[in-house]
Design a protein around this ligand. Structure first.
Ligand SMILES: Cc1cc2nc3c(=O)[nH]c(=O)nc-3n(C[C@H](O)[C@H](O)[C@H](O)COP(=O)(O)OP(=O)(O)OC[C@H]3O[C@@H](n4cnc5c(N)ncnc54)[C@H](O)[C@@H]3O)c2cc1C
Length: 415
């Protein structure tokens, strides 16, 4: 049997729901259906941000905002001038959902419950008469003279005038886009932690440092550098600085099978010479005390200091400051300012991850999110070769591209 609808959306994720809602509001007469392969809509929103949903980031200047996207920064400049985090905050507020900002700029619902966001979006879809079919994957799309014929995996046939593909990072979604003339930048993971096979380091799991500077040497291109908090885990290193580095190094690290040399500057606020002077000053001041006994740098905990001194520089436990040789002092300075760690794999950051790669951005008109390969086809969300660093930026690009696509579809129906 064949069914019809004006607009169809493949994928009931953040981008698909936001696009459908925007379209329904701007074009009240349109019939809009969403097809979702999974058993429930907004599954990722529900598990996002550790169950709290980091909806967006308190960064309200589009020029600054784009700096948080390793892929998509230039393309998003225009879209963010039309729908940015301030609009996201307002959008949810107008629908009864208040967001709050944490110290690092991440924004969450005040309920600290992603269910609030899910309920809000599904409530809006219901109110606007949008139909959502779950457990219903789109398996095939064929362009026709006035739109698209779609076949679901169960074999149902549908027809629509406009199609929004918002299938995230699913291989099936990429296949649909390829079948409609698009290309694909090979998808690889982004936002991951670094596995560092050092049992002594792993014993420090839970230790964090507020600001480190990391530098990652890759075979292709210059070293990548990032600063920020670092957290030692049972597998190696995590925290915002590592996650940012994983995003910018996603493609290079994938090529190198996640093997690389990571340089850590544990004291980026000090120049190496200032570190040396500080250590030298301890020789007369603390001469009789053991080097390993206390951390002279408030930023480094005692446990971390002992690890650096004993495991990394291999100083004897009973060595006094007075007896520290020139070479040992130099070893300590080097370790503190550019210690080298062998990354030997990637781990999962459970609170957020995303795929880098997807539909090449030149194939999309970023004023409308319409495909340049196939008129009437629109693309939004993670399906595109756009990804942000951790902190709410990934949802923001999904809201923005979904919103723009929904409005553009509504405009095209009126036009
Ligand atoms: C564990 C986790 C936590 C995260 N936390 C955060 C966070 O707190 N903040 C943040 O900014 N980002 C977060 N992200 C990233 C964010 O979830 C994604 O960037 C965002 O969901 C992308 O939205 P989307 O609509 O493009 O894709 P998705 O949310 O992936 O939605 C796409 C939908 O399309 C469906 N689909 C696929 N193929 C088909 C088909 N052929 N037919 C029909 N349906 C199909 C899929 O089942 C899916 O439901 C997190 C990601 C993960 C994995």
């Amino acid at each position: 049997m064949s069914h019809g609808a004006t607009v169809m959306v493949a994928g009931a994720g953040a981008a698909g729901l936001f696009g459908a809602i925007a379209c329904a509001e701007a074009s009240p007469g349109a019939t809009i259906h969403i097809f979702e392969a999974g058993r429930e809509a907004l599954a990722k929103v529900r598990i996002s941000g550790g169950g709290r949903c980091n909806v967006t980031h308190a960064c309200f200047d589009p020029a600054v905002l784009v700096g948080h996207y390793p892929r998509g920064d230039r393309a998003l400049r225009g879209p963010f001038s039309r729908f940015q985090p301030r609009d996201t905050v307002q959008w949810f507020e107008q629908r009864g959902v208040a967001l709050k900002t944490e110290a690092d700029g991440r924004m969450f619902p005040t309920t600290d419950d992603s269910g609030t966001i899910v309920d809000c979006l599904l409530g809006e879809a219901r109110r606007l008469g949008i139909k959502i079919y779950t457990g219903c994957a789109i398996a095939q799309v064929r362009p026709t003279a006035n739109g698209f014929d779609l076949t679901t995996r169960a074999g149902d046939e549908w027809h629509c005038q406009k199609l929004l593909l918002a299938t995230g990072s699913s291989p099936g979604g990429y296949r649909l886009a390829l079948s409609l003339g698009h290309d694909l930048v090979p998808p690889v993971p982004s936002l991951f932690t670094f596995n560092i096979p050092d049992p002594a380091l792993r014993e420090l799991a839970g230790v964090s440092v507020e600001t480190v500077q990391l530098s990652l040497a890759l075979e292709d291109g210059p070293a990548l550098t990032q600063s920020g908090p670092l957290l030692v885990t049972h597998w190696g290193m995590s925290g915002p600085a590592v996650l940012k580095l994983s995003a910018y190094g996603a493609v290079g690290l994938h090529k190198q099978r996640y093997r690389a040399t990571l340089r850590v500057n544990w004291l980026p606020a000090l120049k190496p010479d200032q570190v040396r002077q500080k250590l030298l000053s301890l020789k007369p001041d603390q001469g009789k005390r053991q080097v390993a006994a206390f951390s002279p740098f408030p930023a480094l905990s005692r446990r971390l200091w002992q690890y650096l001194v004993q495991h990394r520089v291999s100083l004897r436990t009973d060595l006094n400051w007075a007896d520290l040789s020139k070479a040992q002092l130099q070893g300590l300075v080097t370790e503190l300012t550019r210690g080298e760690y062998a990354v030997a794999g990637k781990g999962v950051f459970k609170d957020e991850f995303v795929t880098c790669g997807g539909i090449p951005l030149p194939e999309v008109n970023f004023k409308t999110l319409e495909s340049r390969c196939r008129p009437g086809l629109y693309l939004a969300g993670e399906l595109l070769n756009i990804d942000g660093v951790t902190g709410g930026f990934n949802f923001q690009s999904a809201w923005t591209t979904g919103w723009l696509a929904g409005h553009a579809i509504a405009d095209s129906l009126i036009g």
